[in-house]
Design a protein around this ligand. Structure first.
Ligand code: ADP
Ligand code: MG
Length: 301
């Protein structure tokens, strides 16, 4: 490969809104056969909003949202921002202590003293269903489970909220696929590439989003720490993998892929770990990157 042709390629990349870490990046792009796409914030907008408040019988829905939002106020996760914003709109948040964020599973905190009439403190847990059942021994009643499953089938994410030894309700959040995601997936296929959706979210919601944009290979309920090993096992199976992501959670997977592609609006750690950054957050640019590298290398050959 002549360095001049490669540098011309990176210059063209800048025009297409691609920030390429170095000329050698275009060379590895050529062999890519699989493009793994993170769901939230990559295929979808990441602008989650609260869609439903499902309180169990006997629990006040206003209190459910208020307490969950007060805990989520300390988290930067898109789910947390949606819940905290909706709660703040409804009324003032309450002070919490001992906040913990268990990445990819959920958050918890203790309500500040004086919130309850009793003197004992109450821990509020907000997160994935199975984290509440397994880690906190809280089990939802069948009505809540059925309602949550119906929401998942629509591509939404149910967030379970527990305190006082019970699951008190479910807050349903969702965002939408970016307008250009389906077209980007179509163009990836036209280039002979296999798109894969990768997410920590529930499997039903992941499949609903995948179907909406035309992806049929879905890897869901993957914990942040497992995203990199998922990429590694795809590579071991003989595939050459590009990974596209935006989150702190995606950084290790981006670094471990043959080609790591970060979104320009993504977290600094993701951008730092990537070979290439999409300035405009639009997945069509992933297609441009792969076409550019093929064209550049065709000139060199
Ligand atoms: P993604 O791969 O879509 O970026 P994450 O790995 O960040 O998702 O999160 C996976 C799942 O963990 C979420 O769908 C949600 O159920 C749960 N979760 C993570 N963080 C939070 C939070 N702050 N509040 C509630 N649930 C959370
Ligand atoms: Mg994401």
């Amino acid at each position: 490969a002549t360095p001049t042709a490669l540098l011309v390629g990176t210059g063209r990349g800048a025009q297409l809104g691609l920030l390429i870490r170095g000329p050698q990046v275009l060379e590895s792009t050529r062999r890519i056969d699989t493009v793994v796409l993170d769901k939230t914030g990559t295929v979808t907008t990441g602008d989650m909003t609260l869609r439903r408040v499902l309180a169990r019988t006997g629990t006040d829905p206003v209190q459910l949202l208020s307490w969950a939002g007060s805990v989520e106020d300390a988290s930067a996760h898109p789910i947390a921002r949606a819940i905290a914003a909706a709660a703040a709109e409804q009324g003032p948040l309450v002070p919490v202590e001992s906040f913990t964020d268990t990445g990819g599973l959920g958050v918890s905190a203790v309500l500040g003293t004086g919130i309850l009439e009793t003197t004992s403190s109450t821990a509020v847990i907000v997160g994935r269903r199975n984290w509440l059942t397994e880690q906190w021994s809280l089990t939802p009643d069948d009505d809540l489970d059925d309602a949550a499953e119906a929401e998942q089938a629509l591509g939404r994410t149910p967030v379970f909220v527990g305190w006082d030894g019970e699951i008190q309700g479910v807050l349903v959040v969702a965002d939408e696929p970016k307008p250009s995601s389906a077209e980007a997936v179509r163009r990836l296929r036209r280039l002979g590439l296999r798109p894969v959706l990768l997410t920590g979210d529930n499997s039903r919601a992941a499949h609903a989003v995948a179907a909406a944009v035309g992806i049929d290979e879905v890897l869901a309920e993957v914990l942040p720490a497992e995203k990199a090993s998922t990429i590694a096992s795809l590579r071991r199976s003989g595939r050459t993998v590009a990974m596209v992501g935006d989150g702190v959670n995606d950084a290790a997977a981006l670094a471990g892929a043959d080609l790591g592609i970060a979104l320009g609006s993504g977290s600094d750690v993701a951008i730092e770990a990537a070979d290439l950054t999409l300035v405009h957050d639009d997945l069509i640019a992933v297609v441009d990157a792969i076409r550019l590298s093929r064209a550049t290398l065709a000139v060199i050959k």
